[in-house]
Design a protein around this ligand. Structure first.
Ligand code: NAP
Length: 344
């Protein structure tokens, strides 16, 4: 395993900002993962695990530790019964995996087309979109356990999946590094059409998996949520804030204050979810808002973009301004979705 020093991280992230990693290792096998963590332990270095770089903001000072880039590759499948079990290594590209499953007529992940990043990132925040979440098909997650210094296989239940959460980004944050994910998919199964934008598009019929994937890609493209070379909104970390979930009673008070205009969706018993994009726009930050080298995507008010040459500090300045305006107007504290890497 090769360990490099002072490696620029900005080109490895979709926001394209931030300083270098003091040490950097790209790991291709499970043995190399163990070796990399050994290197960091011997030197007392903090470790950051880098996947597709699509959901992180790296500090301008960089990261004073070891960045481990997951380059584990490979897919394998098995069909013990009616289902198809597919294991994908953590470094595989998520959307290529979705495309392949759709082509092979395997249902279960088609609505999550066009999401940037790698397989390894998906269980961490229980990635979901357009009415489907990875926790619906994940059977197990194979990980390196930094505490026990060994490899473990966690069942779906052990991952404690919730809305954009799991043990990996809550109670066991930083303990596990994902090596591979085992999915249960349904050969010849129906596409999941429950989300309003998909229901409206296919009002009269059940679309194929391929049609569903195309529809999701079209919707995502219209919001610049598919990273494309020529899109001026491409330098972003996707949604910069989580959609807030609160108690229904509190929501009712808020909605009354705003003449019943607050959009909302049920989020489990006694809870409501409010689209963060709506709160941001109402607080005065419209699509296309500009502040020096940073701004808000012209196609999606939830995405902060690097307009070219931005620093991490400028991104944080805009994030703070949005949070403070939303808090002042609605009394809601928006929580950022990307992971902040290094010192801020
Ligand atoms: P959107 O589709 O306008 O949705 C905004 C909010 O409204 C979300 O909280 C969404 O819930 C909710 N919503 C909209 N229609 C709904 C319906 N028919 N039933 C229940 N809830 C509904 O937002 P967007 O920002 O363009 O995002 C599109 C999709 O990508 C959403 O599903 C969003 O969650 C997903 N996304 C996921 C991640 C991630 O996994 N990290 C990051 C960015 C966006 P849901 O969030 O439950 O869908």
């Amino acid at each position: 395993m090769n360990i490099s020093e002072n490696v620029p991280l900005a080109p490895l992230t979709t926001l394209e900002v931030g300083g270098p990693a003091r040490f950097f290792a790209s790991v291709e096998t499970e043995d190399e993962v163990i070796e990399a963590f050994g290197f960091a332990r011997e030197r007392g270095l903090p470790v950051f695990v880098l996947g597709g770089g699509s959901n992180i903001l790296v500090s301008d000072k960089g990261f004073e530790g070891l960045v481990v880039r997951i380059a584990l590759k490979g897919l394998s499948q098995d069909s013990p019964g009616e289902d198809m079990l597919v294991r994908a290594a953590a470094g595989e590209n998520w959307d290529s995996f979705v495309a392949r499953c759709v082509k092979d007529d395997l249902a279960g992940i088609e609505c999550m087309s066009g999401i940037p990043g790698t397989i390894g990132g998906t269980p961490v925040q229980n990635v979901g979109a357009y009415g489907q979440e990875v926790s619906e098909t994940i059977i197990a997650v194979r990980c390196f356990d930094r505490q026990a210094e060994g490899i473990v296989e966690l069942s779906n239940e052990q991952c404690s999946f919730g809305y954009r959460t799991s043990i990996f980004n809550t109670i066991e944050r930083e303990r596990y590094m994902v090596l591979s994910v085992l999915y249960r998919l349904t050969p010849g199964g129906n596409a999941k059409i429950v989300y309003r934008e998909l229901v409206d598009r296919f009002a009269d019929r059940q679309p194929s998996l391929a049609e569903t994937r195309e529809a999701v890609l079209t919707i995502r493209r219209s919001k610049s949520m598919v990273i494309e070379k020529d899109d001026p909104n491409r330098r972003s970390a996707g949604s910069f804030f989580k959609n807030p979930i609160g108690e229904t009673d509190k929501f009712k008070e808020l909605n009354a204050r705003f003449n019943g205009e607050v959009p909302h969706f049920p989020a489990g018993s006694g809870k409501e979810k409010i689209p963060a994009a709506w709160l941001i726009e109402k607080a005065g930050f419209q699509k296309g808002f500009e502040m020096g080298n940073v701004g808000i995507s012209t196609n999606h008010s939830l995405a902060i973009v690097n307009r070219g040459g931005a620093s991490a500090a400028e991104i944080v300045e805009l994030k703070d301004a949005i949070q403070s305006a939303v808090n002042k107007k609605f009394g809601i504290e928006l929580v950022p979705e990307p992971i902040f890497v290094g010192e801020f």
